[in-house]
Design a protein around this ligand. Structure first.
Ligand code: NAP
Length: 315
């Protein structure tokens, strides 16, 4: 990790010389198209330079619109921002990966991506249906493609200079290890749910040992109540250090060496969530000592991402 006295500027090097990922990332899982544009623009204005997208979120076009307008407005270059998107489960067949990648690039209005992720390690029936089901509502998995097959197609994208780095999301250590061993180009990033109630310590240790960035989503526990932001340890530290619970949780995530994704949807919250400062060591240790354990997303066992915008709600 590139240490900075200013936690907001922390950058984490990616393997294979693929540049650096700003530790503070803005997630674009926002169902409403107009709000996607406004929130992405607010995040850019607040200082966020790392943007996490997905074909699944059905709003890459809106994110692209906000980024183009924002870059011109703020006067910063494409090279100064870090953009990720993800291939969904219905596009795991190797021949579907590059077309899915190109379609995302077109929607985002970008010439290259900094990072492309496999959204979940589960392949669904290939086709245009993102959420294929049988008549009983059961997911239709694709048993004829392995994760390594999909990974090799991801490696080709790096070979051809189309994206800087590749990685996986919603993966467990048990699934990551064999893929890591077999991969020609090792995963640079894993994006998983992680917060003080799900610290994923074993996975984080493996990642640090192998030079993989652990990119934490739900660092605020998805803002759910009751939940992390009302945790008594977090609230007491926030009062003590003069920060909000959200700022304390985000600082903790960066200080332990992860990158993170947060999704503030107002300009005020974008400023708040970017304005983090280093926690005193005793406060950091107190959060490490929290014993509650809670996983909010069952996606690691099913491959079904928790969020699907209602039909017609989003692009
Ligand atoms: N790989 C995956 O399967 C996966 C799954 C989920 C998410 N993600 C990624 O991770 C990103 C982050 O999503 P997340 O839900 O994990 O983000 P989060 O920041 O942990 O939670 C967002 C929620 O917290 C609230 N919030 C944000 N800032 C706040 C603050 N300062 N004070 C109080 N409440 C605040 C938001 O409320 P308001 O909307 O009212 O501001 C929203 O309800 C997503 O956008 C997506 O890019 C990936």
């Amino acid at each position: 990790m590139i240490e900075s006295s200013d936690l907001r500027m922390t950058k984490i090097p990616l393997s294979h010389g693929a540049g650096h990922m700003p530790a503070l990332g803005f997630g674009t899982l926002i169902p409403d198209p107009a709000l996607t544009i406004a929130a992405t623009r607010d995040a850019l204005d607040a200082g966020f330079r790392h943007f996490d997208c997905a074909e699944r979120y059905r709003n890459e076009r809106e994110v692209g619109t906000a980024l183009q307008a924002g870059l011109a407005g703020v006067g910063i270059a494409r090279e100064d921002i870090f953009v990720t998107t993800k291939v969904l489960n219905n596009n795991h067949r190797p021949e579907r990966v590059e077309p899915a990648f190109k379609a995302s690039l077109e929607r985002l209005g970008l010439k290259y991506l900094d990072l492309y992720l496999i959204h979940t390690p589960f392949a669904f029936q290939p086709g245009d249906e993102q959420d294929p089901r049988d008549q009983n509502g059961n997911v239709l998995y694709d048993r004829d493609v392995t994760l390594l097959d999909t990974w090799k197609a991801m490696e080709s994208l790096v070979d051809h200079g189309k994206c800087g780095a590749i990685g996986l999301s919603d993966i467990t250590l048990d699934t990551l290890k064999p893929l890591y061993e077999s991969a020609r180009i090792k995963p640079a990033v894993v994006q998983v749910e992680s917060h003080p109630y799900l610290p994923e310590t074993e996975l984080l240790e493996f990642c640090k040992e192998k030079g993989i960035v652990l990119l934490a989503f739900a660092p605020l526990g998805h803002g759910m109540t009751p939940g992390l932001m009302a945790d008594p340890v977090v609230s007491a530290i926030a009062a003590r250090v003069g920060k909000t619970p959200a700022q304390v949780l985000l600082a903790w995530a960066v200080q332990r060496g992860t990158a993170l994704l947060t999704t503030p949807t107002t300009a005020a919250r974008a400023k708040e969530n970017f304005d983090i400062t280093r926690l005193p060591e005793d406060a950091f240790a107190e959060i490490n000592g929290i014993k509650i354990r809670q996983r909010l997303n069952p996606v690691v066992s099913t491959g079904i991402p928790g969020f699907i915008p209602a039909k017609g709600q989003s692009a």
